[in-house]
Design a protein around this ligand. Structure first.
Ligand code: ATP
Ligand code: MG
Length: 562
């Protein structure tokens, strides 16, 4: 069994479930659900919950539903329900049933009528402001609303008329009658229904009253036969209410709510509401901008489902809401791509090199392995020609100390090719370097030069055959690790989170369709941005940088003479 088969195995939640199975608490069955509100795109925090819920169902041969928690029609949209399904499937999970909380609106209404009949719910007609005044505070008890003593008949009549559309938004609400003096504010007669004359993306105009989250969630769980309702720790205070509704209604089963720590992530925000602001204000170019911590953004950036599941496994499931370092996620994708990405050469900031003594009409075809340790990934060919591009940063007119790349009068190896020596720097009228005139040592293809050491190895592409591309380099979206923790998160946007390089030159094999990410040698891991590429130009996104191990690799290669 690979590590992706049962994500986040062995957590305290797994132990609870194992115990429940031993005691046959739910007849030996395990059922979970992933319940997003369709008010935005899923992000890396949701991935933790997805891996947990679907992973548990997989591990214990149970079921996991995808349920849209769609009780806020104003903020929700069908665009989001579709994007959410795409993302869950992309991660490799299959839901048992696709459900909508709104599918239960009729049943929820009937249960509410039942609570009214039991004298456990009432229609309140205070204004929103008054309700909040009557609620009390953490240190002072609340006060009963004057409408709390309405008769059952009166409540049934009003609630029915709320449903039939007789009242304006905000005229009345339905509340559970629990305890206005409870030390837990959640239990002070929580609202169950509000009036909203709004179209709903799933139920159209069938309803003008909508149930609230607390009332809806527990009943939806029960109706779906969920055994373990897993949610994040901010719901811990709401657990008594979850249980109160289920205890007071003839629901088919009573799931148990278990809370786990939310994922917070460095240098970004993981909240749909906040991410929506970045989209709306044009800070990013959509929910799938590769800088976004959304699953669609990460997919466009080149993250693989394997790397995200591995990340969820590594962070594990605990009660604490820790902030996770970006480097942890980066190391997961690096490990994956290091194993699986074919290697290619790409020049991001081209500088032309003319190899003077290489015959004008000559050309050699080099055959290169796609991956240094995986021969099964095949080979590609690369022409060596008189004119090549190297990266501007691999040449220095005034080299800093220990500079091991190309300098005037110095030698360097073109990776997989020959050793060249720089003879002359040609500049244009404004003094910018236009090209380098070099010579090559014909005796150095796959061999060390005789009688001297050449330390530097640089990458290159053949000028005539190079493929043009735009390459986008991404950095952190925020300039501080916890943008949400100090003031307005929008004040901490990193203005340098995107660097676009327009004149990149890629080795010719990159014009062939790619099915995975690639390593641009010495530069990092990249992926083709299919949606943004055209016949006139490919666009590549940098997924992640290489580790700072280039120096080490370079030394090794120089000694091997490759
Ligand atoms: P957001 O603020 O992004 O809208 P939410 O909690 O309101 O987050 P939902 O769509 O309601 O988002 O969440 C669906 C499920 O995903 C819930 O069970 C929720 O607890 C879980 N979830 C959301 N964000 C995180 C997170 N950062 N870490 C772990 N689980 C999360
Ligand atoms: Mg939410």
């Amino acid at each position: 069994m690979s590590s992706t088969d049962s994500p986040a195995k062995g957590s305290f939640i797994h132990r609870i479930i194992e115990k429940d199975l031993e005691t046959n608490k739910y007849g030996g069955h395990v059922a979970t659900r992933f319940p997003p509100e369709p008010n935005g795109y899923l992000h890396i925090g949701h991935a933790k919950s997805i891996c947990l819920n679907f992973g548990i169902a997989r591990q214990f041969n149970g079921h996991c539903n995808l349920r849209f928690d769609d009780t806020n029609p104003e903020k929700e949209d069908i665009e989001y329900t579709q994007a959410i399904q795409t993302d869950v499937e992309w991660l490799g999970f299959e839901w048992d049933k696709l459900c909508h909380a709104s599918d239960y609106f009729e049943q929820l209404y009937q249960y509410a009528v039942e609570l009214i009949q039991q004298g456990k719910a009432y229609v309140d007609s205070l204004s929103a402001e008054e309700i909040s005044d009557y609620r009390g505070t953490l240190t002072s008890p609340g006060k009963d609303s004057p409408y709390r003593s309405r008769t059952i008949e009166e409540n049934l009549d009003l609630f029915q008329r709320m449903r039939s559309g007789e009242f304006e938004d905000g005229a009345h609400i339905l509340r559970a009658k629990i305890d206005m003096t409870s030390p837990n504010l959640v239990m002070r007669d929580p609202p169950m229904y509000r009036i909203r004359h709004t179209q709903h993306h799933h139920t159209g105009d069938a309803w003008c009253i909508y149930p609230l989250y607390d009332y809806t969630h527990c009943i939806s769980d029960a109706l779906e036969g969920v055994t373990h309702s897993l949610c994040t720790t901010e719901f811990e205070v709401r657990r008594p209410l979850y249980n109160w509704f289920l205890d007071n209604l003839p629901v088919p089963c009573h799931p148990q709510q278990i809370e786990f720590g939310r994922l917070n992530f460095e240098y970004t925000v993981v909240s749909k509401r906040k991410l929506a602001q970045l989209v709306d204000k044009g800070i990013v170019d959509g929910w799938d901008d590769p800088r976004m911590p959304t699953l669609s953004g990460m997919r466009r950036r080149g993250y693989t489902p394997t790397s995200i599941i591995e990340f969820s496994n590594r962070i594990g499931i605990t009660k604490n809401d820790g902030t996770v370092e970006m480097s942890l996620l980066e190391s997961c994708i690096r490990d994956d791509l290091n194993q699986n990405a074919p290697r290619r050469m790409a020049i991001l900031r081209p500088l032309k090199v003319v190899i003077e003594n290489y015959p004008d009409d000559a050309e050699e075809t080099l055959t290169l392995a796609n991956h240094p340790n995986r021969p099964e990934l095949g080979e590609r060919t690369l022409p060596f020609t008189r004119e090549v591009y190297i990266d501007q940063t691999d040449f220095a007119e005034n080299p800093p100390p220990k500079f091991k790349r190309l300098v005037l009068g110095g030698e360097v190896r073109l990776r997989y090719g020959y050793v060249i020596k720089c003879k002359e720097v040609v500049k244009n009228e404004s003094g910018e370097i236009e090209k380098l005139i070099c010579t090559y040592d014909p005796n150095t293809l796959g061999k060390k030069p005789e009688g001297r050491k050449v330390k530097g190895v640089i990458h290159w592409v053949p000028a005539h055959y190079a493929v043009n591309a735009e390459v986008r380099l991404y950095d952190r979206l925020f300039s501080i690790p916890e943008p949400s923790a100090s003031g307005d998160f929008m004040d901490h946007i990193n203005p340098h989170s995107l660097l676009t390089l327009n004149h990149c030159k890629l080795e010719p094999s990159l014009s062939e369709p790619l099915t995975s990410g690639v390593q641009f040698e010495r530069e990092g891991y990249f992926c083709l941005d299919k949606g943004h590429s055209s016949k006139n130009g490919l666009v590549f996104n940098r997924t992640v940088q290489l580790r700072d191990e280039w120096e080490k690799i370079q030394k090794k290669q120089a000694t091997l003479g490759t």
